[in-house]
Write a protein that binds this ligand. Structure first.
Ligand code: C2E
Ligand code: MG
Ligand code: MG
Length: 434
């Protein structure tokens, strides 16, 4: 329940615009009258750069200038500053054409520089913004509105073609789906309801399956399958990946512990560079190994270059320390656009996994085939083993073999399997010629 009786006292001191509380009170007023108000969010996106380049005072003046522009734009609309870099315009319900037109007018204004005077100088400052507009839902709470705005901003680069997003049904169902995935993810973490699947990996030298990769599976409480390609990036963004990875590690160690005769040398687990930096990393791994009475030599850790770029030197230092304690690492998804060979060679990887996108090129041209062969030679000279990922056909498998890659992972041999099916698979198919 709001304690303010009137929105009129609630102003942002810097711009003089109404503030976030006033904005919410005004949306409640519109909703009470059954009006789907038109709301335009102007999210300023370069204030940090402007602060650094021109100084705080000029940046403040720029915000004030933009605020005044918005306030004077249309007599039907009221401007608000609801956060440091968030300005909002709200006006009465209108047609889609009118809503589009006024939003476009604001966007067009941002294509020109703002003229700001400070200390006898006049600066022409260009700044970018995200423009998001929507019609107020009569049931929308403050948190609904903020969720909608945040979601639109997060998908802005992919979704906006003309520099504007209109928050329509499609984007709303997108957001509802993401919310659903987040809820199911949290539930699965709290109740440890993830399942582990294992994809056997064929060794071209030993001509049998000697290793496997553990891959997490999540089903919503309604039975819907949620792909790791969807929830893992969300878990990485929200920090939930940490809890997930420790659950995964526990499950994989438990599986290895309950099947001491499993005819696999190692199972690999996917982790992120950030986790390796956790000071407790090695203790937590030791704890899991001890709890399930297994040796660390049965475990491998896969990390993608994507997750180590940010803290490269720190990750390198910690990886070297962990490698000296016997922890072995695989570089996952090599060839997905991040790879920097000289940096990669400076890290203690045992295995390089060529991503399926790279492997798919072998169908295209002879040149691609030659390139993969050459890459393989360089890797071997540097004593790395190579796993080819995503091999789906016999032809691809034969070509991989010709390119002197060491191991093959892909649907051609097997999809990822639940524990009991993996055991059956290894029993029935563990000797195989390509
Ligand atoms: P990844 O680590 O590169 O795993 C390989 C992915 O390729 C798996 O997708 C696997 O099912 C798929 N795959 C294997 N062979 C083929 C093939 O022949 N054709 C095609 N089209 N795909 C193939 P999945 O299980 O959907 O996982 C996707 C990504 O999610 C993984 O890529 C990994 O980055 C992440 N992930 C999966 N499980 C975990 C986990 O337990 N922890 C973490 N941190 N990430 C995980
Ligand atoms: Mg992997
Ligand atoms: Mg991979």
């Amino acid at each position: 329940m709001n304690t303010y009786s009137s929105a009129n006292d609630l102003y942002d001191p810097m711009t003089g615009l109404k503030d976030r509380t006033a904005f919410i009170l005004d949306t409640e007023r519109y909703a009470a009258k059954g009006i789907h108000a038109h709301i335009i969010l102007v999210q300023l996106s370069q204030l940090l750069r402007i602060n650094r380049k021109y100084g705080v005072l000029v940046c403040d003046k720029l915000i004030i200038h933009i605020a005044q522009y918005l306030q004077s734009l249309d007599a039907n609309y009221e401007a608000y500053r609801i956060a440091n870099s968030r300005l909002v315009l709200m006006g009465p319900e209108c047609s889609q054409e009118t809503a589009d037109a006024i939003t476009m007018r604001i966007k067009d204004r941002f294509d020109h520089a703002w003229s700001i005077s400070h200390n006898e100088y006049v600066y022409g400052i260009s700044t970018k913004a995200y423009f998001i507009h929507l019609f107020l839902g009569l049931e929308d709470t403050e948190s609904d509105l903020m969720d909608k705005m945040n979601h639109a901003i997060s998908v802005f680069p992919q979704r906006s073609t003309d520099g504007i997003i209109f928050y329509d049904k499609e984007i709303d169902s997108d957001m509802q789906h993401l919310k659903y995935v987040m809820e199911e993810l949290r539930y699965a973490i709290d109740h440890e309801t993830f399942q582990m699947y294992y994809q056997p990996i064929y060794d071209c030298h030993e001509k049998k399956f000697t290793t496997a990769e553990s891959l997490i599976r999540l089903s919503g409480r309604d039975g819907t399958f949620i792909s790791p390609g969807e929830f893992i990036p969300m878990a990485e963004d929200t920090g939930l990946i940490d809890s997930i990875s420790w659950i995964v590690l526990g499950k994989v160690c438990q599986f290895l512990g309950t099947h001491p005769d499993l005819p696999l040398k190692t199972i690999s687990v996917n982790m992120t560079g950030q986790q390796i930096l956790d000071p407790n990393f090695i203790h937590r791994i030791d704890e899991s190994l001890r709890d399930h009475h297994i040796s660390g030599s049965r475990l491998r850790i896969e990390i993608t270059e994507r997750t180590i770029i940010e803290d490269f030197s720190e990750v390198k230092r910690v990886m070297e320390h962990l490698a000296s304690k016997g922890i072995h690492f695989y570089l996952d998804d090599f060839g997905t656009g991040y790879s920097n060979l000289s940096r990669m060679f400076s890290l203690p990887f045992e295995v390089i996994k060529f991503d399926q996108s790279l492997m798919k090129t072998i169908n295209d041209t002879n040149k691609a085939l030659k390139t993969i062969g050459l890459l393989a030679d360089i890797m071997h000279e540097n004593e790395y083993s190579i796993v080819a990922e995503g091999i789906e056909t016999e032809n691809q498998a034969k070509t991989v073999n010709q390119c002197r890659l060491d191991r093959i992972q892909g649907y051609y041999f097997s999809k990822p399997l639940p524990e009991d099916e993996l055991l059956r698979f290894l029993e029935e198919k563990n000797i195989s010629e390509i």
